[in-house]
Design a protein around this ligand. Structure first.
Ligand code: CIR
Length: 263
């Protein structure tokens, strides 16, 4: 069956939030995340992924790793190839080995970034023609170079770009909506990294809407960004919302909560 591997997915992997999430990393303290509310939002998120017909694995919470709910940072999933990342946050390095068994069930080839560089999945945007990787406080040029050496023989092109200063991950500020179309904050688009793509901007004061996902027929957005949601609906996207108040306290959003792939 033919499919577009950038937004049509048969599978997703998520991990339940752990009670230790209250100790998760954050750039700024805006309050302690409420585990029960986060779990409720997480259930809604998983429910929407499943509504598209995808098979969704929910891994058990990992108490030793407060940020392990943000599974996207642990791996990059490409057609037939998964690459385990090497997170730039020391407290997250050990998460990766707990993701490996779930990926081995679905991928014939599971490669790994060995270092010395660092790279997190949140800095990687897969499009129809290339893999854009934003350098950030978590992802460096050595990590990107190692990823390039792994994926190039599989026919992928990697392009190193910059994440705006003070922004956690490249994809904190953008998402692939499909068919050469990207949702981006104006500040990230101003860098010129999306030349050749059709770019839809998040509305002013709604920058946090940029971390959205296209998952099969749905564009899944964090709740609370009505102007950007309206814009996407006018463009013909089938928009769904999930509460993100608790993950947002830890700089997390829609993409961070799943690994998405075809198997
Ligand atoms: C962290 O700082 O690593 C977590 N608190 C948030 C990770 C968000 N992940 C993502 O944007 N891909």
């Amino acid at each position: 069956m033919s499919y577009n591997p950038t937004f049509q997915f048969s599978h997703a992997i998520t991990r339940r939030p752990s009670a230790s999430i209250v100790n998760g990393l954050r750039a700024e303290d805006t309050g302690t995340p409420d585990l029960a509310l986060m779990q409720q939002h997480h259930n809604e998120y998983v429910g929407l992924l499943r509504e598209t017909g995808a098979d969704v694995t929910e891994l058990e919470a990992l108490e030793a790793f407060p940020d392990s709910v943000f599974v996207e940072d642990d791996a990059l999933c490409l057609p037939g190839l998964a690459v385990l990342m090497r997170p730039g946050a020391p407290s997250r390095l050990g998460e990766v080995e707990h993701m490996a068994p779930a990926l081995r069930k679905h991928f014939k080839t599971v490669a790994a970034i060995e270092g010395p560089g660092f790279i997190e999945g949140g800095d990687i945007l897969l499009t129809d023609k290339e893999i854009l990787v934003g350098k950030s406080a978590r992802t460096d040029s050595e990590g990107i170079a190692e990823l390039t050496r792994i994926v190039e023989p599989h026919g992928h092109v990697v392009r190193e770009v910059d994440t705006p200063a003070g922004v956690l991950h490249f994809k904190t500020d953008c998402s692939l909506l499909g068919d050469n179309t990207i949702l981006s904050t104006k500040r990230l688009d101003a860098s010129g990294c999306f030349a050749g793509y059709r770019v839809i901007h998040t509305e002013d004061d709604e920058e946090a809407a940029a971390n959205t996902i296209r998952f099969n027929q749905f564009v899944i957005m964090p709740s609370g960004f009505p102007k950007t949601a309206e814009k996407l609906m006018r463009e013909g996207f089938e928009v769904r919302h999930v509460g993100n108040s608790e993950c947002a306290k830890l700089d997390g959003g829609m993409s961070c909560l799943s690994l998405r792939f075809n198997a």
